[in-house]
Design a protein around this ligand. Structure first.
Ligand code: MLT
Ligand code: ZN
Length: 472
């Protein structure tokens, strides 16, 4: 890819667009925008960071970048795990952190309209104060931005009942790579006028447009929530039970899984103990609903079933404090592994739910064969697992070699089971070279043609999600 460098003239132009104080060029500032939550070895410095406040400013930046052939990498909170916000070709990082307002909570239409830099947890609390509910519960909810959630189509723990971010996106305002402002969708629940550009934008990883406004649909806030933490002596048994429970219960809002390596890591990191932490696996199940007796009866049935199936015990949380303790342990596993190991690769595979037990079994076998430690945790109710190879012993070169060999085999197994490379973290930078394992040339060429139609000069987040034309 041929791009031009950011010259002092371009920097002056950017300052005129967003104001001098919102253009960063010092090496310390640039270093803060060189990485997201992907591994350190992917670090890459931008030449300049701009922090616009309005879509019109973004449109002017994009027109300039497009004319000058400067790559632009949009950035939310930088919590992404696949390198979507890493400026691999330098150029401009366009940070949306100043666009952080909740613009409207429309109670009658059950919709909220926000700017992309709003923190997910803040939006959830704001709508809950109005008796409404935004259900997509991402592990990093207290830091991630909703714009990033849309760009990556984030999933999280409650997708088993409520779906991914994209299910809730009804309106988008975006700036195209050539600098037009588009307003797509709105508050209409049904609308089939033309191609569904909104859902093309959702999960496009910042490669087709920059999101400047989002309208999310909301639902009613469940009145009762019950969480069950269930330790199992046998990993196989825990995993097999998931399918059985799902076949009988339709009201579960989360079925999460943590193996013993994940539990041990998070206990060390957070300095806490989970009940029966000697167990091979824990399930964390959430039931929610509007009627107390229905929620409790569902919980009771799940409880009875799992105890009959060999669960050691079932710990119940029906209050906020206990619930937060259980969920904190689950949510912080990725952070724990990153803090405790020198080499870490958070993976994000997905298989059809009936293949979950096989997937866990094969990944375990594979980790033994490759002599790699691979904690496995994730959203098992969706068939989405985060096997996370880790190491403290290997040097960089050996790690990259061993990891690649493991991942190639794991992805092949997952594909044979009808699965795929990523369920919620995105292709980003990290998985782009594995795309040909799961997509044929025609499919990749079609994605490239879509990218070219939106971004003829390929300046918006190049090298992410879609292989560059030159690769085929
Ligand atoms: C998780 O399930 O914990 C996430 O996908 C990983 C993260 O966001 O840190
Ligand atoms: Zn996850």
């Amino acid at each position: 890819m041929q791009f031009n460098l950011v010259t002092p003239r371009i920097i002056e132009h950017l300052k005129r667009i967003v104001g001098e104080e919102h253009v960063l060029t010092s090496s310390e500032d640039l270093a803060r925008y060189a990485l997201d939550e992907i591994e350190e070895r992917y670090r890459s410095l931008p030449e300049v960071v701009v922090k616009p406040r309005a879509p019109e400013e973004i449109a002017a930046i994009m027109r300039l970048a497009n004319e000058e052939r400067i790559p632009v990498t949009p950035r939310g909170a930088g919590t992404g795990l696949s390198g979507g916000a890493v400026p691999i070709y330098g150029g401009i990082v366009l940070s949306l952190e100043r666009m952080n307002q909740i613009l409207e909570i429309d109670v009658d239409n059950m919709m909220v309209t926000v700017e992309p830099g709003v923190v997910l947890g803040d939006m959830m609390r704001a709508v809950e104060a109005e008796g409404l509910f935004y259900p997509v519960d991402v592990s990093t909810l207290e830091s991630c931005h909703v714009g990033g959630n849309v760009a990556e189509n984030a999933g999280g723990a409650r997708a088993v009942k409520y779906g991914l971010t994209g299910h809730w996106v009804y309106g988008l305002e975006i700036v195209t790579p050539t600098g037009e402002i588009l307003r797509l969708g709105g508050k209409r629940i049904k609308d089939v006028t033309g191609y569904n550009l909104i859902q093309l934008l959702v999960g496009s990883e910042g490669t087709l447009g920059i999101i400047t406004k989002i309208t999310f649909r909301l639902t009613a806030k469940p009145k009762y929530v019950l969480d069950l933490l269930i330790p199992f002596d046998s990993l196989e048994n825990a995993v097999t039970q998931v399918l059985e429970v799902l076949l009988e219960e339709i009201n579960l809002s989360a079925i999460e899984f943590m193996d013993s390596l994940s539990i041990r890591a998070v206990e060390r990191y957070l300095n806490l103990r989970l009940p029966h932490d000697e167990s091979e696996a824990h399930l964390l199940i959430q039931v929610d609903g509007m009627e107390e007796d229905v929620v409790w009866r569902t919980g009771e049935r799940v409880y009875q079933k799992l105890v009959r199936a060999g669960a050691k015990e079932v710990f119940v949380a029906d209050n906020r404090l206990t619930r937060e303790r259980m969920w904190r342990a689950r949510r912080e596993i990725a952070q724990a592994l990153k803090a405790l190991y020198k080499c870490v690769s958070v993976e994000d595979i997905v298989v059809p739910r009936a293949q979950i037990a096989e997937a866990v079994h094969y990944i375990r076998q594979l980790s033994y064969r490759h002599r790699l430690e691979v904690p496995i945790y994730g959203h098992i109710g969706d068939g989405n697992l985060h096997p996370t190879p880790v190491s403290n012993e290997r040097d960089e070169e050996t790690w990259i070699h061993d990891l690649d060999a493991f991942l190639l085999e794991m992805f092949r197994i997952v594909c044979d089971l009808g699965g795929n490379l990523t369920a919620e973290h995105g292709v980003g930078l990290k998985r782009i070279k594995y795309l040909p394992l799961v997509m044929n040339k025609a499919e990749i060429a079609l994605m490239q043609a879509i990218k070219r139609a939106w971004d003829p000069n390929g300046i918006l987040n190049p090298g992410k999600a879609v292989p560059l034309d030159s690769v085929l």
